[in-house]
Design a binder for this molecule. Structure first.
Ligand code: F6P
Length: 358
C-alpha cells in the first residue's frame, strides 16, 4: 500500500513533527510513504520524495516543513503557461485526482489550514481519497479546540512583549506590538495576557482611541509612564476599515493583512503626545522549534491521521476535542473560530485591568 503526505498554506512549528508521526505510523504498518513538495503543486508536478525512516529522523524539534509549503496556489485557478507563452488560470483538480490515482496513492494526508483543507474537501467530492490535519498558528479553526503551532507563536510573541517592556519603561514610551492571527484575536489575546499588556486590540472587539488614551492616562496617574499595546493584524481601524498590506490575485487566501500597528501608533502619539513605537513581529511567529505541547499535539495528530487513512475514513480530518483526538468531516475545516468577546478569557483579562479599547 502507498500513501502520500503534503503540507499546504503558511508553515508553522510542528509540521515536521506531524510528518514524522504519520510516516512512522504508516511505515510500521508496511505502507510506503511519499512526501509531495510545496503543497498540491507537488502532486501536479509529481514532485515527491520517498519518506523512509531516515527521511523522518531528527524532525521532531525542527521548525518549518521538510516538504515545503505554499499558500498562493489555488488548484481551481492554477497558473499554467499556455503554448502562447501567456499565463492562463486553469482548473487542475481533475489532473490532481488523476495523478493520485495513477501514482496508486491509497490516500493522501493533507496538513494545512482552512484553505488547504477546503481544497482537500473539494477534491474528495471529485473522487480523491484524502484525510486532513489542521494546522495554523492563528488557532482560528472551529473544528478543533487547538491547532499545533499556536502555543509556540504565542510564546514567541510573549517573549517579544517581555523585551518591549524593558525598553518601554526606560524611555517612557508607548510600545505597540502587531501580531499575526488573520481575522481572529487568539494570538494577541494570549500573548497580551501572558506578557502583561495594558491594552489588547482584537478583531472581535470594536475599539476607540479615546478608550485606549484613557487607559494610558490612567497609568500615568499611577506613576506608570509607559504602556504596552498588543494589536492583532486583523483588527480594523476605528471606523471599521481593515488594514491590508498586499492583495494576491487568484490565491485561495488573497488578503495579506498588516499595518494596523502603525495606525494605532499614529493615533496614540496624536492623542497623548507620548512617543510611541511599533514592532511588527511578522514571520518570527511562524518560525523556530515547536514548544513541547505543540510537539505532542502534532504527534497525536500525525498518528491519528495515519490511522484514519488506514481505516479508509477519507473526507475526515483529525481534531482535538477536550482532551481527545477525534475525526470531523473535512467540510467543517472552513468554519472559523473567534475570540468570544464575553468569554472567560476576555473576562479574566479585563479583571486584571487589561483594556480592549472599548
Ligand atoms: O495563517 C498564518 C499566517 O501567518 C497569518 O497569521 C498571516 O496573516 C499570514 O499567514 C501571512 O501569510 P504570508 O506568509 O503569505 O505573509
Amino acid at each position: 500500500m502507498r500513501m502520500g503526505i503534503l503540507t499546504g498554506g503558511g508553515d508553522c512549528p510542528g509540521l515536521n513533527a506531524v510528518i514524522r508521526a504519520a510516516t512512522k505510523t504508516l511505515l510500521s504498518k508496511g505502507v510506503e510513504v511519499w512526501g509531495f513538495k510545496d503543497g498540491y503543486r507537488g502532486i501536479y508536478l509529481r514532485d515527491c520524495q520517498l519518506l523512509d525512516r531516515a527521511a523522518v529522523s531528527g524532525l521532531l524539534h525542527r521548525g518549518g516543513t521538510i516538504l515545503g509549503s505554499n499558500n498562493r496556489d489555488n488548484p481551481f485557478r492554477f497558473p499554467v503557461r499556455a503554448a502562447s507563452g501567456e499565463i492562463e488560470y486553469r482548473d487542475i483538480s481533475a489532473i490532481l485526482v488523476e495523478s493520485m490515482n495513477s501514482l496508486q496513492l491509497q490516500c493522501l494526508i493533507a496538513i494545512g489550514g482552512d484553505g488547504t483543507l477546503s481544497i482537500a474537501n473539494e477534491l474528495c467530492s471529485r473522487g480523491a481519497a484524502i484525510v486532513g490535519v489542521p494546522k495554523t498558528i492563528d488557532n482560528d479553526l472551529a473544528a478543533t479546540d487547538q491547532t499545533f503551532g499556536f502555543v509556540t507563536a504565542v510564546h514567541t510573541a510573549t517573549e517579544a512583549l517581555d523585551k518591549l517592556h524593558t525598553t518601554a519603561e526606560s524611555h517612557h514610551r508607548v510600545m505597540i506590538l502587531e501580531v499575526m492571527g488573520r481575522y481572529a484575536g487568539w494570538i494577541a489575546l494570549w500573548c497580551g495576557m501572558a506578557g502583561g499588556a495594558d491594552v489588547i486590540l482584537i478583531p472581535e472587539i470594536p475599539w476607540q482611541i479615546d478608550r485606549v488614551v484613557e487607559k494610558i492616562r490612567g497609568r500615568q496617574l499611577e506613576g506608570k509612564l509607559f504602556s504596552i499595546i498588543v494589536v492583532a493584524e486583523g483588527t480594523p481601524a476605528p471606523g471599521g476599515k481593515r488594514v491590508v498590506r498586499e492583495q494576491i490575485a487568484n490565491s485561495g487566501d488573497p488578503l495579506r493583512l498588516g499595518g494596523i500597528g502603525e495606525v494605532v501608533r499614529e493615533l496614540v502619539e496624536q492623542e497623548t503626545g507620548m512617543e510611541s513605537r511599533v514592532t511588527v513581529l511578522g514571520h518570527i511567529q511562524r518560525g523556530g522549534s515547536p514548544l513541547t505541547t505543540d510537539r505532542i499535539l502534532a504527534t497525536r495528530f500525525g498518528v491519528a491521521a495515519a490511522e484514519l487513512a488506514m481505516e479508509g475514513r477519507y473526507g475526515y480530518m483529525v481534531a482535538l476535542k477536550g482532551t481527545q483526538i477525534t475525526a470531523v468531516p473535512l467540510k467543517d475545516a472552513t468554519k472559523p473560530s473567534n475570540v468570544h468577546p464575553d468569554g472567560q478569557l476576555v473576562h479574566a483579562a479585563r479583571a486584571v485591568g487589561i483594556s480592549f479599547g472599548d
